[in-house]
Design a protein around this ligand. Structure first.
Ligand code: GUN
Ligand code: FE
Length: 432
């Protein structure tokens, strides 16, 4: 009855978040997956699952896959450049010129080929991705992502003002027509790859464009991604461009691009939220907006430090993002340790009441936190989609008798030198 390649049992040192504060651990445990869905973690194989194929990973660590809630696929080729600039200068000098190259499908094939191969090998099992304004290259990226087996949302970017001629949609009407066609072409074309509406950020989107995107959102019930309150020059600019707005996020909300409330199945994800005023935070909570916290990008572009502790206390939906190429590192392990590191600086330098993130909290944000954007994702509890990483930490030196918790912590911090991912599954599908 369970014979299906997405039905299996993995054995090993199993670890997942029981809550934000606590890990659940089972040594030599059995993770059971039927038709892509976790049935639970057991000390021995329950009778009803005895017929499933078993992979014994022995001493390796087995934990949930990670969701990268915000990154830009076309920016991968210039990772590490322009890191002496702030956001608006970096966009103008590096980002826009590079993104304009994706009008060439040949260039896109080469660059996206490298990106998707590296993403496949990374700790990321799910991702929410920006492409560029170019529909053909965006479809190509979606084809390549589909082939990896990862689960992703991909957004053709919309921008029709305050950007160079070489990277601007002709006008709102043309942008909306093109976006509608792209949606029709991609909405039902893939199994694991879905479109997401993507106004780049308020400054590069006319009111007419956002109005039309809001209509598309309602017509198709689509999720939305954008940037919010990342940088001080940016927030001041938004106030100038949209003087009627109460705060930055109010612009998106006015056009129906800010989620539609708790429990909606088409939420919005907003990257950064470094400088969000209190009213903005409350609106995000009311609308069920996901915050994509991008600590490395916020450091590289001198944007600031998002007050993640207060967002956690407020009960916002929060995940982590690499924000390539504001962030220069594709690894969600690095993203976890960066989130922890900047939370310590915030605590020491800005707000002594904002306790730093713990490793357990960082791990939670990277797994369940961001995974929730996709539904029941990021845990091994019964009913969750089976997204799994298998990690060999045998080359990371360790004293005898280390706990699974300590081994996981050291893998997250040290894997880039000596750790190795030896298995990856998304909704039960074996990626490698
Ligand atoms: N705001 C608008 N576009 C971008 C982008 O490409 N990266 C980042 N980090 N912020 C943005
Ligand atoms: Fe970004």
């Amino acid at each position: 009855m369970h014979t299906n390649t997405n039905s299996w049992i993995l054995k090993g040192m199993i670890c997942y978040s029981k809550s934000k504060e606590e890990l659940s651990v089972m040594e030599n445990g059995y993770l059971v997956c039927c038709q892509g869905i976790c049935q639970g973690v057991f000390p021995s194989i329950p009778e009803e699952f005895k017929s499933l194929p078993l992979t014994d990973y022995q001493d390796a660590l087995i934990f949930p896959g990670m969701t990268d809630l915000h990154l830009h696929a076309p920016q991968y080729p210039f990772c590490g450049l322009g890191m002496d600039l702030e956001l608006l200068e970096w966009l103008e000098n590096h980002t826009f010129p590079e993104e304009s190259r994706y009008c060439s499908l040949d260039y896109a094939r080469q660059a996206y080929g490298i990106f998707t191969e590296d993403l496949k090998a990374s700790p990321t099992t799910r991702a929410v991705i920006f492409s560029t304004i170019h529909s053909p290259a965006t479809k190509l990226l979606m084809d390549l992502l589909e082939d990896t087996g990862l689960a992703t949302y991909v957004g053709k970017v919309n921008m029709d003002q305050n950007c160079p001629d070489f990277l601007r949609e002709a006008d709102a009407h043309a942008a909306l027509e093109d976006t509608r066609q792209w949606l029709k072409d991609t909405m039902n074309a893939y199994r694991h790859t879905k479109p997401i509406l993507t106004p780049r950020f308020a400054p590069t989107c006319s009111a007419a464009l956002m109005e039309g995107l809001g209509k598309l959102q309602r017509e198709y019930g689509l999720p939305v991604q954008s940037h919010l309150s990342e940088n001080l020059s940016e927030t001041a600019w938004v106030k100038e461009l949209f003087p009627w707005s109460s705060f930055y996020g109010d612009v998106y909300d006015r056009f129906g691009l800010f989620g539609s409330g708790k429990g909606n199945n088409a939420p919005a994800v907003m990257a950064h939220c470094v400088h969000s005023p209190r009213e903005e935070v409350l609106r995000m909570k009311e609308k069920g907006v996901f915050v994509a916290h991008c600590p490395q990008s916020n450091t590289n572009l001198s944007s600031g430090i998002a007050p993640i502790r207060s967002y956690l206390e407020e009960g916002l939906f929060i995940g982590l993002g690499t924000d390539l190429a504001g962030g220069t590192n594709l690894s969600m392990f690095r993203c976890i340790t960066d989130a922890i590191a900047v939370s310590k600086l915030y605590w020491r330098l800005v707000d002594q009441s904002a306790k730093p993130l713990t490793l357990e909290e960082g791990f939670y944000l990277a797994t369940i936190g961001g995974g929730s954007f996709f539904g029941k994702v990021g845990s091994f509890e019964k009913g969750y989609e089976a997204d799994v990483l298998v990690a060999d930490d045998s080359l990371i030196p360790r004293p005898q008798g280390q706990s699974i918790q300590n081994r996981l912590a050291r893998f997250i911090y040290l894997s880039q030198e000596k750790g190795k991912l030896i298995g990856k599954y998304v909704a039960g599908r074996k990626i490698f």
